[in-house]
Design a protein around this ligand. Structure first.
Ligand SMILES: [Mn+2]
Length: 372
């Protein structure tokens, strides 16, 4: 939909400032109009592109795509800044192969940008920081905001929870703006859609299918293969062995409370891994990293929604998000040791409570079965 145009007096010509689009509008045109309005107001043609802490492939690709939109559709400069380390081997491979170089938050000069676009997240999410002195011009995301959180009410809020990947949304912006998607951006966007939809196997909207196939046609396929099966450090195998020893089977669920982990991504990775077990309807894994307890939940196709299950497991502790079969969250940990042990005990009790609501299990059954 075209943003409404303000009536323009014939004698003012080009002096008319760009008209910002109405709230709730979500198209490439309206985002570009919002950025142009901010650039005119601030007198800077440079846009900051941000996402959540420790970006995953969908976030990384969305950053690249949004920057390509800023440069290709507006001819403005884009500055991408990220925070938090990237741990998962596949995500590191994506950064390495695509030769991504992002600025840190302390390299942002608010005077040198007209505003920011936030992708694959929302400003109220706890894992997302909007630097001080920066005006948010637009958000593009597909996550359900946590219950009770106030939605951001800025000009360009494009949150489509029915779409599997933010990369698909960004692909649509580039398509609609007529920006040519180069090989590198296409490779990244394909990784984003692939990662968040598990190769179109879940959370899929028609837009995801189009984005997946169109970006695949333009992608660097040898590079895609290198990103998907990267080499992993020896530590990875030690953590894997430890996780296998600690995991327990509780009827239809597999749960593992890993205590401190070297790599917070291993929590999500193990949740994916355990879900592959025959008969496993859902998996739940938690691990402590740098003062926070990370949890990941996965459910089988046709099973319960991951978001609702994790909501019950966390019972108002920490923050979480999710869509379809995937959900994840974090709980801040208090003093060392004690808090972690207690939290893991509470979570384990809630897992057992979910699979055994009537308390029919005996002591032995409540301990679960070892996997290895
Ligand atoms: Mn995403």
């Amino acid at each position: 939909m075209e943003p409404p145009q303000a009536r323009q007096p014939a004698d003012r010509g080009d002096a008319r400032p760009p008209v910002p689009p109405p709230a709730g509008e979500r198209s490439a045109d309206s985002l570009c109009a919002a950025i142009r309005a901010a650039a005119t107001e601030r007198g800077v043609e440079r846009v900051l592109v941000l996402t959540h802490r420790s970006p995953d492939p969908d976030a990384l690709a969305s950053l690249m795509g949004a920057a390509a939109l800023v440069e290709g559709a507006l001819g403005f400069e884009a500055q991408i800044a990220t925070m938090g380390r990237i741990h998962r081997a596949e995500n590191l491979a994506m950064v390495r192969e695509l030769a991504l170089h992002f600025d840190r938050y302390d390299q942002i000069d608010p005077a040198r940008v007209c505003g920011a676009i936030l992708v694959d997240s929302q400003p109220t999410f706890t894992h997302t920081v909007i630097p001080e002195g920066i005006d948010l011009v637009g958000i593009i995301d597909h996550h359900i905001p946590p219950e009770g959180s106030k939605p951001w009410t800025g000009l360009h809020r494009d949150v489509r929870i029915d779409v599997g990947a933010t990369s698909s949304l960004v692909y649509e912006y580039l398509r609609d703006a007529g920006v040519t998607i180069d090989k590198r951006t296409a490779t990244a966007l394909f990784c984003g859609v692939r990662f968040d939809t598990a190769d179109l196997s879940h959370n899929v909207a028609p837009l995801d299918e189009e984005a997946y196939f169109e970006t695949f046609r333009r992608a660097d396929r040898p590079m895609l293969a290198r990103i998907q099966r990267p080499r992993v450090p020896a530590d990875y195998f030690r953590e894997l062995a430890r996780s296998l020893r600690m995991a327990r089977r509780y009827g239809p669920a597999v749960a593992a409370f890993l205590g401190p982990v070297k790599n917070p991504e291993s929590v999500a990775e193990m949740a994916d891994f355990f879900l592959r077990m025959e008969g496993c309807k859902w998996s739940f894994v938690g691990g402590a990293y740098e003062g926070r307890y990370h949890v990941s939940l996965r459910t089988q196709v046709g099973g319960a929604e991951a978001y609702g299950l994790l909501d019950r497991l966390l019972a108002d502790e920490g923050s979480f998000g999710g869509h379809g079969r995937v959900a994840g969250g974090q709980v801040a940990l208090g003093e060392e040791g004690e808090a972690l042990t207690r939290l893991e005990r509470r979570l384990r009790e809630r897992v057992i409570g979910l699979i055994d609501p009537d308390g029919d299990l005996d002591e032995d059954e409540r301990l679960g079965t070892a996997l290895a």
